[in-house]
Design a protein around this ligand. Structure first.
Ligand code: NDP
Length: 330
C-alpha cells in the first residue's frame, strides 16, 4: 500500500515537508469490512486545520495517515452488502487502498460519473444543499452572495440558489473563474476580488443589498459583503478558509454591530451533522446532476505522489471546481 502520513505540525503553507509517502503491505479486511482501491481522493480545506489542531474533530495524530474522503472500487469484501467491483464513497484517507467498515461505505448511484461524486454530491453536495436551502433560506427574487464561488461547495451552493429563483452573485479570485460562473453556471454576476475596484463592482452587482451570504472564506473578502447585508439577512457560515493557515483564532467581522442593527441571523454548520439526512439532499441533487441541471467541474491532479502539491492549490486559488487527486484508474 502507499499512504501519506503526517510527520510534523505544519506552519503556514509549509505542509509539504510535514508529510511522508510510506509504503507497506496491502491491508486485509476483517469481518464486516471491505478493502477499496481508491480512484479519487477528495482534498478538503479543513484538512489543513486538522493537521494543526483539534477542530470539530480531533487533530490528525502525528504518524497517522491524513484523513479525507475517497471514491474507489471494492476489491475485497467481507461485508454482505457490498460485492467486489462495487463503486463506493468512503472515509478512505490519503491512501492507495483503504479498509473500512462496509456500513461506512456508500455505493454510488448509477449514472453518476466518478469525478462528479465529490464535485456535486457527497459531502460537497450535502454542504451546499443544507447550507444554502435550510440555513440560508433563500426566497425567489432575493440576492444571494457566495464567496469562493468557483470552488467545490460555492459553485454548487450558487447554482442551488439560482434554481430557487434568486439573483446570485459570486466572488472568486480570477477573471477566468468569474467567466465560468456567469457563462456556464448561470450566476447573474461574478466579481474578482483581486481587482482593485472589486468592492465597487460588488455593490453594483447587489443594487438591492444582500439577503443571503454563503460564507466560505471570512476575513478581508467578506467585510464588503457584511456591509451590504439587508435587514433580516441570513449568513450561512460554511467555512473560513482565509484563516486556515494561521495558527491563531480567526477574527470575526470588524463591525459586529452591523449584525445587530440589521437583525442578521448567522449560523455555522458542519456537514457531518447532516449525513443522517443525506438522502433528502440526494433526492433532488442526483437527478439534477444526471440531467445536467446542476453543472460541475472536477479539477483533477494525477498521481498519489502529487497529493501534497495538489493540496496547496486550495489555499492559493489554484483550483476551479472540486479538487481531487486521481490515484488509480477506475
Ligand atoms: P474550494 O474548492 O472552494 O477551494 C478553496 C478556494 O478558496 C480556493 O480555490 C480559493 O479560490 C479560495 N480561497 C483560498 N484562500 C482564500 C482567501 N484567503 N481569501 C479568499 N478566497 C480564498 O474548497 P471547498 O469547496 O472544499 O471548501 C470551501 C469552503 O467550504 C472552505 O472554507 C471549507 O472549509 C468549507 N467547507 C465546510 C464544510 C462544513 O461542513 N462546514 C464542508 C466542506 C467545505 P479563489 O481563487 O476564489 O481565491
Amino acid at each position: 500500500n502507499r499512504e501519506w502520513v503526517l510527520t510534523a505540525r505544519p506552519t503556514g503553507l509549509e505542509f509539504e515537508n510535514c508529510l511522508e509517502l510510506r509504503e507497506g503491505p496491502l491491508p486485509e479486511p476483517g469481518e464486516g469490512q471491505v478493502r477499496v482501491r481508491n480512484v479519487y481522493v477528495s482534498l478538503e480545506p479543513a484538512t489543513r486545520l486538522r493537521m494543526q489542531r483539534e477542530t470539530y474533530g480531533p487533530a490528525i495524530p502525528l504518524g497517522a495517515v491524513v484523513t479525507g474522503f475517497t471514491v474507489g472500487v471494492v476489491d475485497a469484501s467481507r461485508y454482505p452488502g457490498l460485492r467486489e467491483g462495487a463503486v463506493v464513497s468512503i472515509p478512505g484517507g490519503w491512501r492507495a487502498y483503504s479498509v473500512v467498515n462496509g456500513a461506512d461505505a456508500r455505493e454510488l448511484p448509477p449514472g453518476i460519473p466518478l469525478p462528479a461524486w465529490f464535485s456535486a454530491l457527497g459531502h460537497i453536495g450535502i454542504s451546499a444543499w443544507f447550507g444554502m436551502m435550510e440555513i440560508g433560506q433563500p426566497k425567489p427574487g432575493e440576492t444571494v452572495v457566495v464567496s469562493a464561488a468557483a470552488g467545490a461547495v460555492g459553485s454548487q451552493a450558487g447554482q442551488l440558489a439560482k434554481i430557487h429563483g434568486c439573483r446570485v452573485v459570486g466572488i472568486a479570485g480570477s477573471d477566468e473563474k468569474c467567466a465560468w460562473l456567469t457563462g456556464e453556471l448561470g450566476f447573474d454576476a461574478a466579481v474578482n476580488y483581486k481587482q482593485p475596484d472589486w468592492e465597487a463592482r460588488l455593490r453594483e452587482a447587489c443594487p438591492k443589498g444582500v439577503d443571503v451570504y454563503f460564507e466560505n472564506v471570512g476575513g478581508a473578502v467578506s467585510e464588503p459583503v457584511y456591509a451590504l447585508l439587508n435587514k433580516h439577512a441570513r449568513v450561512s457560515l460554511c467555512g473560513l478558509i482565509s484563516g486556515y493557515n494561521d495558527p491563531g483564532p480567526t477574527p470575526g467581522p470588524k463591525d459586529f454591530s452591523l449584525f445587530l442593527m440589521k437583525r442578521v441571523r448567522l449560523e455555522g454548520f458542519i456537514v457531518s451533522d447532516y449525513f443522517p439526512r443525506a438522502n433528502d439532499a440526494y433526492e433532488r441533487l442526483v437527478p439534477w446532476v444526471r440531467e445536467g441541471r446542476l453543472k460541475w467541474r472536477a479539477d483533477v491532479v494525477e498521481g498519489m505522489e502529487n497529493l501534497p502539491t495538489a493540496f496547496r492549490k486550495l489555499f492559493v486559488g489554484g483550483n476551479t471546481g472540486k479538487l481531487q487527486v486521481k490515484v488509480s484508474d477506475p
